[in-house]
Ligand binder design. Structure first.
Ligand code: SF4
Length: 442
């Protein structure tokens, strides 16, 4: 019996303005064509029409508005992108029926809007790329990027110079990607961005329709919805703002993994000020203890920089004492290194290399001891473990809820040859060292 292939959706494009805009149009069409869309040379044959606008002069804006009007009259299903995307209110006031408005260079947002308006019709017979995209991670876990860029200006970092201010993805587009990843075998999603706690600020936390209800562009709403889609959701790069308190009950409920990756970088107020770190406030220890009261198993992972310019022995000792109190589960430490173009390079009082080395050794010793004690306390407990690999000798390697892949520890299992990669199983913890756990399926 012959298989009938789905007919692909067709996209029309009206490209206005300068050659830069033309290149953007080509790039958008190239992406869509690669996803199986057909191009339509006329309005009538298109399932959706993209109008790539120019907003350089008033006359160009008027021409853009006329082109939008024409596309609406001729087709009715219109997405606007390009330079006039900055003036979305003007467009929406004149053409409320426009399906979406995105700005210049927001390729991903335009493509997401097309997916929404005319969903692609994937077919394993003709698609070169699987629906969930190509992955470099194993099948059972995937990274999910929710935004690009950053609104902070930390003194040691050049990411805002390289990637610009925060641009969040639409929550419905993120959730659709999560669904595809789960359909392709993902059991653990690692949510990443430069600042996950700031997600949706640029979208003013607006809500989008999602499966008959609405989802706001807000970390809490996104985490909750992701928790309904995938068994394990892990949040990375979160700053301890007050609103982060709202995700901790989701952890206690089991919707989101009891794990927060918070790059504190330091604890001493002088150093944090010089670093220009966000959420730099004295109440962090209080916040940690409140989170632990709500969700006693919450694992906190962090990174710290030692030897930042101006860091005194007293500042460093403050950090060590703070770590004693904070009792973080996982800690990575780095010696400060200047990055070309970072404002921190011009700060006075560089810390000599031998002092940096000595402080690095001290922080590693301290955090290894805290980690060893915390892991030893898990001996005798039964914990859920996700299986990363099964070996030929009846053993397996996995991770507990407190361990992100690559950066945290592992759980080494005996008598587990019957398990498969991606299984999530209860494991009786029998032993521990400074970083890893050892156990047997319970
Ligand atoms: S370190 Fe992180 S929060 Fe700070 S500017 Fe860079 S990306 Fe933003």
């Amino acid at each position: 019996m012959a298989t009938r292939l789905p007919s692909p959706p067709r996209v029309g494009m009206v490209s206005l303005g300068c050659p830069k805009n033309l290149v953007d149009s080509e790039r958008i069409l190239t992406t869509l064509r690669g996803q199986g869309y057909q191009m339509s040379p006329d309005y009538q044959g298109a399932d959706v029409v993209l109008v790539n606008t120019c907003g350089f002069l008033d006359s160009a804006k008027e021409e853009s508005l006329e082109a939008i009007g024409e596309a609406i009259a001729e087709n009715g299903r219109v997405i606007v992108t390009g330079c006039m995307g900055k003036e979305a209110e003007i467009i929406r006031a004149r053409f409320p029926q426009v399906l979406a408005v995105t700005g210049a260079h927001q390729y991903e947002q335009v493509v997401d809007a097309v997916h929404e308006a005319a969903p692609p019709s994937p077919s394993p017979f003709v698609d070169l790329v699987p629906e969930a995209g190509l992955k470099l991670t194993p099948r059972h876990y995937s990274y999910l990027k929710i935004s690009e860029g950053c609104n902070h200006r930390c003194a040691f970092c050049i990411i805002p110079q390289l990637r610009g201010d925060l641009v969040s993805r639409r929550p419905d587009a993120i959730l659709r990607e999560a669904e595809k990843l789960v359909a392709a075998g993902t059991r653990e999603l690692l949510v990443i961005s430069q600042d996950t706690s700031a997600y949706g600020v640029d979208l003013r936390h607006k809500a989008w329709p999602w499966h008959g209800a609405e989802v706001r562009a807000h970390m809490t709403d996104l985490a909750r919805e992701l928790g309904r889609i995938v068994p394990w959701v892990r949040l990375h790069y979160v700053y301890p703002y007050p609103h982060v308190d709202q995700v901790v009950p989701l952890m206690a409920e089991g919707l989101v993994l009891p794990y927060l990756d918070i790059p504190f970088q330091h604890a001493a107020p002088n150093v944090l000020r010089a670093m220009k770190r966000p959420a730099n406030e004295a109440k962090v220890l209080e916040r940690l203890s409140n989170w632990r009261a709500i969700c006693p198993d919450i694992a906190i992972r962090s990174t710290f920089v030692v030897g930042f310019p101006g860091e005194t022995e007293a500042d460093f000792q403050y950090l060590l004492d703070w770590l004693d109190e904070a009792q973080l589960d996982r800690v990575g430490a780095f010696r400060f290194e200047p990055v070309e173009g970072a404002p921190a390079n011009n700060l006075p009082d560089p810390v000599p290399e031998p002092v940096k080395e000595e402080r690095y050794a001290r922080i590693m010793e301290k955090t290894a001891a805290i980690s060893a004690a915390k892991l030893a306390a898990k001996i005798g407990r039964t914990l859920p473990v996700i299986i990363d690999a099964v070996d030929d000798e009846g053993g397996a390697t996995g991770r507990s809820q407190a361990d992100a892949p690559e950066i945290d520890g592992e759980v080494f299992l005996r008598d587990s040859g019957h398990l498969a990669q991606g299984d999530i199983v209860p494991v009786l913890i029998e032993d521990a060292d400074a970083h890893d756990l050892y156990g047997v399926p319970a």
